[in-house]
Ligand binder design. Sequence first.
Ligand code: ADP
Ligand code: ADP
Ligand code: MG
Length: 451
Amino acid sequence: MLQKVLIANRGEIACRVIRACREMGIRSVAVYSEADADSLHALIADEAICVGAGSNSDSYLNLANILMAVQISGAEAVHPGYGYFSERSNFAEALRSLNVGFIGPTAEAIEAMGDKAKAKEAAIRSKCPVVPGSKGPVPSDTDALKVAEEIGYPILLKAVAGGGGRGIRRVDSPTELSGLWKTASAEAQASFGSGEMLVEKLVEHPRHVEIQIIGDQHGNMVYLGERECSIQNLRHQKIVEEAPYSGLPPRVRKAMGEAAVRVAKSVGYTNAGTVEFLVDKDFHYYFLEMNTRLQVEHPITEEITGVDLVKLMLKVANGERLPMKQADVEIKGHSIEARITAQDPDKDFAPSTGCITMWRQPGGKGVRMETHCYAGYSVSPYYDPMLAKIIVTASTRLEAVKKLQTALYEFEVAGIATNIPFLRRLVAHPKYVEGDFHTGFVPAFLQEGHG
Ligand code: ADP
Ligand code: ADP
Ligand code: MG
């Protein structure tokens, strides 16, 4: 087994990986910024190395400093978490040239799924349905107009290099297209260093449904069911996710799972990954993209399958074979995750920073907390506003919803504003309780004045 692993990330996901290492007898090395010396991840690791000042570009995204920490620590492998270097093929490549393992897919597989255009091509080659749209990037707004005429409005303009819900624009008519094209591609250029855009048909009232896959280095791969992630904010970022999607017909689940494995195998994929789909009201499914990393919402899959995804990632990265076959994968119960963020619902979800003076977190049977925060911890302005994830698990969806409502009722944080009051209202909505929603649910909820 591996002896020492460095975690090139911060916050709750770094804590998650550090704990898995300890349970497996692997020494963990945390990296932290000057602003993060008190973050739980820097405190619970076996070793911790400061990699620079507070801003991401000085520390967690400072390639030279991270590689230096890897070499100083003598770690044999690096877990990238999510965000940061997790989907940068040059990072996996740099580690390979240092003879250090990357706990994830190969640089080539990351590259093959690296942008939305290439990923869609891989899906088409694998006979997996994709959202109708342009074949590859569209060179100009006049070309976009032509594609839009063929597929019909409304359409979405999407940054080829986009991620995290950024770089997406809805266009309802040809008159709007040119203006939106300019702002969208300028924004994409600024955020992702590439202004390339795709044109895609807007799927009306879809569900976001994604398949977790994991493969070993010996050609074996399984899918571990689906996650329903339609509860998204105005920027298409996930807020509440659940597994399984109770309404999904078993034949569609099987078809999507098999399609996800085909797409992943077509690029020689290994380790954990997620294939994202949109599903319409008639259960037609369309490939969206593949995330070549561990996902924020992975715990709900762990809860219903009994698989510890992080431990399995470490094992397959070390050359071990998957311990299960597809027929061994069983889905049991229902799990829901809610993301707790330092965002003020009374101020348009503006980020809130400062010292957490009180932190009273929920507990009880079937309640799991993933967090790096505690009373006395200061939330700095440099990072993603996510403070914690509450994961609840019960035997039925309705019981899980009741458990989530109870957990959110108990959760009290003082000193900074959080989205907890908003989440309480959201998961009490009758449509949410019934499971009757799609990706437009939160925007409509806010428009009704519930926010
Ligand atoms: P998903 O939520 O499906 O995993 P995202 O693209 O929304 O997909 O998740 C990655 C996002 O999480 C990135 O946009 C990044 O800004 C953010 N992120 C990266 N590292 C951390 C961290 N340690 N804690 C909180 N958020 C992070
Ligand atoms: P990102 O890389 O930012 O995660 P995705 O392609 O995964 O981008 O899309 C994020 C979200 O945007 C989806 O979950 C969905 O809510 C919405 N979306 C994306 N493409 C479409 C589409 N063609 N029709 C309708 N909604 C879409
Ligand atoms: Mg996505």
